[in-house]
Design a protein around this ligand. Structure first.
Ligand code: NAP
Length: 266
C-alpha cells in the first residue's frame, strides 16, 4: 500500500519523538492515517507533528506521557479504550541497556521492564477489546532480534523483547480469527539514539550490522502489508525463520506429558 488520500483511521504510535517511532509516524501519515503521538519530549513531538501536518495534511494529536508513570499510562489506556477511530497501535516505545546483570542498576532494569513489557501489555490490552467489537484493527509490537539472541546484549533487555515476541504470537493465536492483525517486528541494530541512550553510541558498532532506520521501518511495513506475524527486516532467507518456528512447533506435543523423559528416570 502506498500513499493515499483516504483515511485509514487513526494510528497511535508510542515512542514517536525520535528514531523508529518518528519514522512510523511519518510513513503512516503518508499512507492515510491520522496520528496520535505519545512520548515524553513535547518539543520533539511538536516539531515532528508540524512537519507531518505540512507534508501530509493529516490530523496529528500529541499526548505527552511517561509510560513508566502509572497516571500517564492510564491516560493513554483510556484513550485507546474510548476512541473507535483508532485502527492501529504501534507499541514502539522502548529502552535498552548494554551493561551486564552484575553491573546494572536494578532500578533501571525495573524501569526497562515497566516500559518494554508492562506498558506494551497494558496498551495492547486497552485497545484490543474495541477492535474485536469492531471486527478489525491492528497492533504492531516492536521487539528485537535479541528476542532470538539473548546472549548478545543486556539480558533484561533481551528477556523483555522475548516477551514481546511471545506475547505477539499469543495475540495472533487469540485474535486472528476475530479480524485483528498483529505483527512483531524484530529489528537488528538500527541507527537511532537507542544506542547512545543504552550506553554505546551506534558509531561504535561495525557498520555492516547497522541498518538505517528508514530502511528498517519501510521493510517492516512491507512485512505488515504482507500480513507477516513476525518480520525480521535483515534476515536474507525467510525460510530460516520458518524452519526455526517449525522446530518450535514440533516440540509442542511433547512439552507436557504425564511422565518424565526416560533420561531423567533410573
Ligand atoms: P530511540 O530513538 O531512543 O526511541 C525511543 C523512543 O521511546 C523515544 O521516542 C522515546 O521518547 C520513547 N521513550 C523512552 N522512554 C519512554 C517513556 N518512559 N515513556 C514514553 N516514551 C518513552 O530508539 P529506537 O531505536 O527508535 O527504539 C524504538 C524501539 O525499537 C524500542 O522498543 C527498541 O527497543 C526497539 N529496537 C531498537 C533497535 C535499535 O538498534 N535501534 C533494535 C531493535 C529494537 P521520549 O524520550 O521523548 O520519551
Amino acid at each position: 500500500m502506498s500513499s493515499t488520500d483516504t483515511t485509514q483511521g487513526t494510528a497511535l504510535v508510542t515512542g514517536a519523538s525520535s528514531g523508529i517511532g518518528a519514522l512510523y509516524a511519518e510513513r503512516l501519515a503518508r499512507r492515510g492515517h491520522d496520528l496520535i503521538l505519545v512520548a515524553r519530549d513535547m518539543a520533539k513531538l511538536t516539531a515532528l507533528a508540524e512537519r507531518i501536518r505540512s507534508t501530509t495534511h493529516r490530523q496529528v494529536e500529541l499526548l505527552p506521557a511517561d509510560l513508566t508513570a502509572k497516571a500517564d499510562l492510564l491516560r493513554i489506556e483510556k484513550r485507546l479504550q474510548s476512541d473507535p477511530s483508532i485502527s492501529l497501535l504501534v507499541n514502539n516505545a522502548g529502552v535498552g541497556a548494554t551493561s551486564t546483570l552484575v553491573e546494572s542498576d536494578v532500578d533501571s532494569l525495573d524501569k526497562m521492564i515497566q516500559l518494554n513489557v508492562t506498558a506494551l501489555t497494558r496498551l495492547a490490552r486497552a485497545v484490543v477489546p474495541g477492535m474485536v467489537a469492531r471486527g478489525k484493527g491492528a497492533v504492531i509490537n516492536i521487539a528485537s532480534i535479541v528476542a532470538l539472541a539473548p546472549d548478545v546484549l543486556n539480558g533484561t533487555y533481551s528477556g523483555s523483547k522475548a516477551f514481546v515476541l511471545a506475547f505477539t504470537q499469543s495475540m495472533h493465536h487469540e485474535l486472528a480469527a476475530k479480524g485483528i492483525q498483529v505483527q512483531a517486528v524484530l529489528p537488528g541494530a538500527t541507527s537511532t539514539d537507542f544506542w547512545s541512550t543504552a550506553g554505546v553510541p551506534v558509531s561504535h558498532l561495525p557498520s555492516e550490522i547497522v541498518m538505517k532506520a528508514e530502511e528498517m521501518v519501510d521493510a517492516a511495513l512491507v512485512g505488515f502489508d504482507r500480513k507477516e506475524l513476525v518480520t525480521i527486516p535483515s534476515l536474507p532467507d525467510a525460510a530460516d525463520w520458518d524452519r526455526f518456528d517449525a522446530a518450535r512447533k514440533a516440540l509442542g506435543p511433547n512439552l507436557s506429558r504425564a511422565t518424565a523423559a526416560a533420561r531423567y528416570t533410573a
